[in-house]
Design a protein around this ligand. Sequence first.
Ligand SMILES: C[S@@+](CC[C@H](N)C(=O)[O-])C[C@H]1O[C@@H](n2cnc3c(N)ncnc32)[C@H](O)[C@@H]1O
Length: 230
Amino acid sequence: MTTAEPRRASPSDRPLPPYLTATADELTAERVAGADEDVHFTERVAAAVIERLTSPGDLVLDPFAGFGTTLAVANRLGRRAVGVELLPERVALIRDRAPGCTVIEGDARGLHELVAEPVDLCLTSPPYMTANAHPHNPLTAYETIDGEYGTYLEHLARLARTVRELLRPGGHLVVNAANIRYVGQTTALAWDVARAVGRVLPFLGETVIVWDALPHDLTGDYLLTFRRDA
Ligand SMILES: C[S@@+](CC[C@H](N)C(=O)[O-])C[C@H]1O[C@@H](n2cnc3c(N)ncnc32)[C@H](O)[C@@H]1O
């Protein structure tokens, strides 16, 4: 438990715009050397969130740091940044890409043991899962076949509980989540994440990421914004 001072009062219940744009060309151009897939969000999207919800010197957390977009953009904007990533090869890529940030090789499910500093913003995109045809477990980076949709959502809610403890009063959690059409069924993952995490932190609303061409099997891509009450 942290004894943090409240961060500056947030001016609005709609802290992010209703939509942000992104293009497939940006996604490809921003692919990090050595990356094996395009699961990152774009730097423009990360910058829009970080600029609106933090000030220079604030601490930004990404518990699923991936290829380090959140951390690299936060550093570039003069924020401090800390991330957790399970895969050692990705940790190495992040350390090259954002040498000014702290990246911890570890499991976000144990975040309470990894990060102790008060956080102003948590911006993250968890590994995705569909409710059907998905035996691989996203939270082991798909390396085990014990995936179960309800358990996955419960783990995300538990992680949000830890984030709530780390966030300064008035600080935000922004989760990038998509709805996904896969093997003849649509999983409303974004809605399910909003519901699961919303039981832990008040859900403020969604920002639609408007793509010129939606990546992978996504039917819609969103930023879900939650805020720890001041
Ligand atoms: C969707 S990607 C994040 C991409 C990131 N937003 C970016 O723009 O680079 C999700 C990341 O979470 C990592 N991951 C999966 N399970 C994890 C866990 N239990 N703890 C920490 N990281 C995990 C995966 O290896 C993957 O790199």
